[in-house]
Design a protein around this ligand. Structure first.
Ligand SMILES: [Fe+2]
Length: 239
């Protein structure tokens, strides 16, 4: 039994909240110095009207690593490390004879925010021993959903996405200051969050928005990218 309980003092702590294009932002300041619209500035204007596919179905991956958060965030927003760090996995998709160091096909600064557009090796085919990848690759359902020759989608048509409209485009990394990336390809989007837990430890969370699997093949596109055995689906569209 609780006597003299003042229920008015037992509620949740209110936080400032605003919504932009379906994304929910909170601000721990009770009265934020700037509105969300002002904060997003030219980025918010440029990326209005993006139709995000499959927002209701995300594969979530979470990891904790011993490094400063900025090392992680920086590594996901450039491509020149691919050919040296990932030569046997993703490098052949994003580097090739024409572009051995994955030179970008676009970059734009939007005030505090920014984006880069990465190159796709259109000659790439999975090797003969990559049996699972060979099976799922033609399904155009890889977790990053790379651009197919001449493919037109609401995402490829948006002026802020692949802004140079390069034919050899893989995906864009949009970095919303300070620690959130939205990556967009021709038919997918996914996000990365980098949360510092100390000067040299970080929690990373990636959300890969996917069509719900209807066949064994599309189900496999989630399975083959399982990184740490901890992914699970969340049916929400939030940040
Ligand atoms: Fe990497």
């Amino acid at each position: 039994m609780f006597f003299n309980l003042d229920k008015k003092k037992c509620g949740l702590t209110p936080v400032a909240m605003e919504v932009w294009e379906g994304w929910v932002f909170i601000n721990l300041q009770p009265n934020p110095e700037v509105s969300l619209r002002e904060f997003l500035g030219p980025f918010g204007e440029a990326f209005s009207g993006v139709v995000y596919p499959y927002p209701e179905n995300a594969i979530v991956m979470r990891g904790e690593f011993n490094a400063n958060w900025k090392a992680g965030a920086d590594a996901f927003s450039e491509a020149y490390h691919l050919s040296s760090i990932h030569p046997r996995t993703v490098a052949p998709i994003y580097a090739g004879k024409e572009n051995p160091y994955s030179r970008l096909v676009g970059a734009v600064v939007y005030g505090a925010h920014r984006m880069i557009a990465t190159w796709l090796n259109r000659e790439y085919q999975p090797g003969p021993n990559s049996k699972v990848e060979r099976w799922v690759y033609p399904a155009v359902a890889t977790i990053t959903g790379t651009n197919q020759e001449g493919q037109k989608t609401p995402l490829t048509a948006h002026p802020a996405i692949n802004p140079s409209k390069s034919d050899a485009w893989a995906s864009d990394v949009n970095w919303i200051f300070p620690n959130w990336h939205i990556q967009i390809s021709a038919n997918r989007f996914w996000s990365h969050e980098f949360w510092p837990t100390s000067v040299n430890t970080t929690v990373w969370e990636g959300r890969f928005y996917q069509p719900a699997p209807r066949t064994a093949r599309t189900h496999s596109t989630g399975m083959v990218h399982r990184a740490d055995g901890r992914w699970h689906a969340r049916r929400s569209f939030e940040h």
